[in-house]
Design a protein around this ligand. Structure first.
Ligand code: SF4
Length: 457
């Protein structure tokens, strides 16, 4: 397994091996699935659309619905205007969504298809919307595609309105449906009247009823809520790299001030989210949340002897990697390698600042953006770690180097139940402190001599 990975690190190689990201349209498709009665539409060839749907379906263990402009040779040479017109007509005739959210692919971007003008010339049925976002895959990652599609929705749907109502907008960033449920539960416990965008709760985790509905009513962010985003008094944007551009767009176009926060993972980052909610409602923190926080802190203290000074390699999307770096520091661990495949230079600055806030020396860690898992494997071959924390794509490294692994982030393709449970909030923290501690205890059991092997630990 990965026997040919050399120890010698090549810094300037012009190739990506075992990527730590997927392409922009995956993010655009995921974002659009979080809007009520919306069909994500891939403007390109069927192969791209199949790949994007497959990776989402395998992560969520649910069908990820989307349509395609189905480019063949003609559209690839002469442009995809007629393909898009035919596709939109067929989608409205057959599936009848309220919104079609078009994203581009490498092919349509390369030939320079002017999708904006195609849509403005299109005959769109009354009461329906067709919108689009540019998502060229040769820049950014699925995280950028997610941000671009959020902005696409706001560009086409959010109404100009100088009057500010009492609502708060919450942008959750790239999270699982279980996280959406938890973030909304916390907002409700704090008495915040909110608009939540996008919202995957109930969409990529459909309860088994025996009947499949393409567009279940009341599930996902409604068109009305997206229209009203321009009227909210304040925005809480979670995920410093995923939500910053949509937040800046809403501020620039609709004068909505925003608070940008990290993804609330662990104690201190969840505290920040809770304080931002309190600033919106001026309510006391309810006892139920205080108790959850207390249980998380207690669990960290109880398990500290198993996690203290353990070295971790954390990899994946930038915002969740930031959150898990903070959680590992809270658990007394040492984040040794902190990497993302997403090309955002500010990631490195943010992680270094996090180290400094916690009185740790970032110079002893390797922190890198726009890199791959081949590089991470080379680092580990030179100096090992006690645990890998990241997506399923690290499992070959875990097997090759015999290192325990905890799965988190996107995609998790080889485990069930992950996406319907929370990673964020105090409850998500409890879940992951348990997971991380238990892999260390399993390793201790597996490695211990018979005379040291004990039921009580
Ligand atoms: S060709 Fe581009 S858009 Fe299509 S799957 Fe590959 S990277 Fe993604």
């Amino acid at each position: 397994m990965l026997d040919m990975t050399p120890k010698e690190v090549m810094e300037n190689r012009h190739i990506t091996i075992n990527p730590c990201k997927t392409c922009e349209p995956v993010g655009a498709m995921f974002c659009a699935l979080g809007v009520e009665s919306c069909m994500p539409h891939s403007h390109g060839s069927q192969g791209c659309c199949s790949y994007h749907r497959t990776v989402l379906s395998r992560h969520f263990k649910e069908p990820a619905m989307a349509s395609s402009s189905s480019f063949t040779e003609g559209a690839s040479v002469f442009g995809g205007r007629s393909n898009l017109n035919t596709a939109a007509k067929n989608i409205f005739d057959i599936y009848n969504p309220d919104i079609i959210a078009v994203h581009t692919t490498c092919l349509s971007e390369t030939i320079g298809d002017d999708v904006g003008s195609y849509i403005s010339d299109m005959e769109i049925p009354d009461g329906k919307t067709v919108l689009y976002a540019s998502t060229p895959s040769y820049e950014g990652s699925h995280i950028q595609g997610f941000s671009n599609m959020m902005i696409g929705f706001m560009k086409y749907m959010t109404k100009k309105n100088g009057e500010k109502a009492g609502k708060t907008a919450i942008f959750p960033g790239w999270v699982n449906p279980g996280d959406d449920r938890e973030l909304k539960r916390m907002a409700e416990l704090m008495g915040v009247d909110y608009i939540y965008f996008p919202d995957h709760e109930g969409i990529l985790e459909t309860p088994m009823t025996g009947k499949y509905k393409y567009f279940p009513k009341g599930i996902g962010t409604s068109a009305k809520d997206i229209q009203e985003l321009g009227s909210v008094k304040k925005l809480i944007a979670l995920g410093q790299l995923t939500s910053v551009e949509p937040a800046e767009y809403l501020e620039k176009q609709h004068k909505v001030p925003f608070t940008l926060l990290p993804m609330p993972i662990g104690v201190s980052l969840t505290d920040k989210y809770l304080m931002a909610l309190r600033d919106m409602s001026y309510q006391e923190i309810p006892q139920i949340l205080e108790n959850e926080r207390g249980r998380l802190v207690d669990l960290m203290l109880d398990s500290h002897s198993y996690t203290y000074n353990k070295k971790a390699a954390i990899y994946g999307d930038p915002d969740i990697v930031y959150g898990f770096t903070s959680l590992c520091i809270e658990m007394g661990m040492i984040p040794k390698y902190v990497i993302t495949g997403t090309p955002k230079a500010s990631f490195v600055k943010q992680i270094k600042a996090l180290f400094e806030e916690n009185g740790m020396n970032s110079g002893k860690a390797v922190i890198k953006a726009d890199t791959d898992l081949f590089y991470l494997h080379q680092l580990i071959k030179n100096e090992g770690v006690d645990i890998l924390i990241g997506s399923s794509y690290g499992k070959q490294i875990a097997k090759a180097e015999n290192i325990p692994m905890v799965r988190m982030g996107f995609p998790v393709l080889d485990r069930y139940g992950n996406t319907i449970q929370a990673t964020v909030g105090y409850t998500g923290g409890i879940r992951y402190v348990e997971k991380i501690t238990n892999v260390f205890m399993d390793r201790q059991d597996a490695d211990s001599r018979d005379e040291d092997f004990d039921v009580v630990m």
